[in-house]
Design a protein around this ligand. Structure first.
Ligand code: AGP
Length: 606
């Protein structure tokens, strides 16, 4: 997720663009850049690092002009660097673009353009756009821009500036947000509302397929070649609320971002019906000779690894060990040259996980990494990196990073199963189709917000709440319990449902709240027995299931039925309402939801 800003007007563009980027640093901050038309020529600067690094670079420039664009980056393709920072330009520096999103077909477009003599300088997907505009330009900027975007596949918001048409910027939206700000002595474009608030609260919210032509005194919006009448939206948020997209907390915003985050992550690795994990460089022979896979992580990422274990062992018939990173590095792990270790880390800076990565490499292992931060230490030190495309996760409690990690782990399982020949093409195609359909399914539990908020009110006085599940639902219950305990400070314990009778059942008495997860139909009968064990001792059952029938109503005091989903993806769907439940319980208890006591977003010390 990146921040985009554009301005055309009577005031100097540079300070407006920089202030806009500053107000959207939560969207991405591993590099930043600007382009301004000065005396009819495009001037630009772009730097790796936070916005201050770029501002230091611009201390001495004198760019008074009123046309400019800017970008703050959250790297997806191409690690953070000066050259990969936006804006990106064509061969001759007449067209400059800033972009948010993913261009899925950039490799084939780049090959086509290079074959025509275009010279590329970055590793980004974005850079194909200005070269496409250059290739198509014949005097009409709008036509060339529209022709270029029609060649793109994926999700993208783009702002274009050109010194051949120095009175305007063009903006195009396809599945990534863009808003146009209507000012008195100038007009604005941005990827998010906070960038506009110092100047205007009157905006156009662009829809997919819309092109905005923005000049100092006019904004025209086109769709399918025709001008459209846009309704002015008045923004009444305060700046802080706007940074959270109108949500009260970053955590709630990030819970709601999960369909988009899962879509963007799946799109990065999925073709129509196959998985592209070429980054791993795994041959069929190497995959077939793998004896085991070791997964190492902390906290929520560790819980994702546990889900990964079940899925990879099920599909790829490959033994998987999952280690807590702080344990791994001191237990003298048994690894030999060439073994594969997969580290999972949202921040890519967790000290225990980084130390485990280094220990694994010292022992001769090849290290894969799933991380949400491309420029992070984990990303730089791993041998192969599979990014999640969740965008910056600000709340301490991890949500969208977890669900996107589960998606990547599922794709790794499919990839290994294909190479090892351990699952039929039909079975794997069905799972790929289920991943394609997942983002739409994840919207459903988000509509249950009121029901979950009501349920939360009844749970705030409990000091102990239990979470149980079997198989993948046991791994999912661990994550659900962590969500509740870390933001509401209620003691939450998760256990394998089959383990109840081996001890914990002693704690179940009249009214003890027990949250039950049931997404694995093959374990339904066993899980029903565990639920009955709890009910027989007076436990209060809160059931989250994807069984799709009403037969279970009799078992639960409260039930949230979720749509049936492929069992491998059960934990992805089931965690959404449980994240929301944790959020509302914490809210009811007056806790600091985004910054829980004693915790940090990235634990960079041991
Ligand atoms: C999860 O909600 C917590 N914030 C915490 O457990 C976190 O998952 C853990 O510290 C690992 O962080 P990482 O994924 O950035 O390595």
């Amino acid at each position: 997720m990146c921040g985009l800003v554009g301005y055309v007007g009577e005031r100097p563009a540079l300070p407006i663009v920089l202030e806009g980027l500053r107000r959207m640093e939560y969207r991405g901050y591993d590099s930043a850049g600007v382009a301004v038309i000065v005396d009819g020529k495009l001037q630009w600067a772009k730097k790796k690092g936070r916005l201050e690094v770029l501002e230091a670079e611009l201390q001495t420039v004198d760019w008074p002009s009123g046309v400019g664009i800017g970008h703050s980056r959250w790297a997806s393709h191409g690690e953070p660097s000066d050259i990969n920072a936006h804006p990106h330009s064509d061969c001759n520096g007449h067209f400059m673009i800033v972009h948010n999103g993913i261009i899925e077909n950039f490799r084939e477009l780049r090959a086509e353009l290079e074959a025509k003599g275009h010279r590329f300088s970055s590793q980004t997907d974005t850079e194909v756009v200005p070269h496409l505009v250059e290739e198509l330009y014949a005097g009409n900027l709008e036509q060339a821009f529209l022709g270029a975007v029609k060649r793109l596949r994926g999700a993208f918001a783009l702002i274009l500036v050109s010194d051949l048409h120095p009175d305007r910027v063009l903006a195009y939206r396809q599945s990534s947000p863009l808003v146009v700000g209507l000012g008195d002595n100038g007009n604005f474009v941005a990827s998010d509302i906070p960038a506009l608030l110092p100047y205007t609260r009157e905006v156009y919210l662009l829809e997919d397929g819309e092109l905005a032509v923005v000049t100092a005194h006019e904004v025209r919006v086109m769709a399918d070649g025709k001008e459209v009448e846009k309704e002015v939206f008045h923004v009444d948020w305060d700046p802080l609320a706007a940074e959270k997209g109108g949500y009260e907390h970053f955590m709630l915003k990030e819970i709601h971002e999960q369909p988009q985050a899962v879509l963007a992550t799946a799109a990065a690795y999925l073709n129509e019906n196959s998985v592209n994990l070429a980054e791993l460089g795994l041959t069929e022979q190497a995959a077939r000779s793998m004896q085991k896979l070791t997964i190492v992580a902390c906290g929520t990422s560790y819980h994702a690894g546990l889900v990964g274990k079940y899925v990879i062992e099920d599909l790829a018939r490959l033994p998987v060990e999952v280690d807590i990173a702080s344990e791994f590095r001191y237990r003298k792990p048994v690894l030999k040259e060439g073994d594969i270790v997969l580290v999972i880390s949202q921040s890519g800076e967790t000290a225990d996980t980084l130390a485990a990565l280094r220990e694994a490499k010292r022992l001769g292992a090849r290290v894969w990494a799933i991380t949400n931060v491309l420029g992070s230490s984990v990303a730089r030190e791993a041998d192969a990196v599979l990014p999640t495309f969740a965008g910056p996760e600000i709340a301490v409690a991890s949500t969208k990073a977890y669900t996107t990690q589960l998606v990547v782990l599922t794709l790794i399982a499919i990839h290994l199963a294909q190479l090892r020949g351990t699952a039929s093409n039909e079975e794997l195609a069905a799972l790929v189709a289920a991943v394609h359909n997942l983002p739409a399914l994840l919207e459903e539990p988000l509509q249950q917000q009121d029901r979950l908020q009501q349920l939360a009110k009844t749970l705030t006085t409990h000091e102990d709440i239990f979470f149980i599940g079997r198989g993948l639902d046991f791994a999912g219950s661990l994550e659900a319990a962590l969500k509740l305990k870390e933001i509401s400070y209620i003691h939450a314990e998760a256990l394998a449902a089959g383990e109840l009778k081996h001890g914990t059942l002693a704690l179940i008495t009249q009214g003890t709240p027990v949250v039950c997860l049931l997404t694995q139909s093959q374990l339904r009968e066993k899980m029903e027995s565990s639920i009955e064990e709890v009910a027989a001792r007076g436990g209060e059952i809160f059931l989250f299931d994807t069984m799709g029938d009403g037969e279970l109503e009799r078992l639960a005091n409260w039930r949230l039925p979720l749509s049936p989903v492929h069992p491998v993806l059960g934990p992805v769907l089931a965690i959404i309402p449980l994240q929301m439940l944790a959020y509302f319980v914490a809210l009811e208890r007056g806790c600091d939801v985004d910054k829980p006591r004693n915790l940090a977003k990235s634990v960079t010390i041991e």
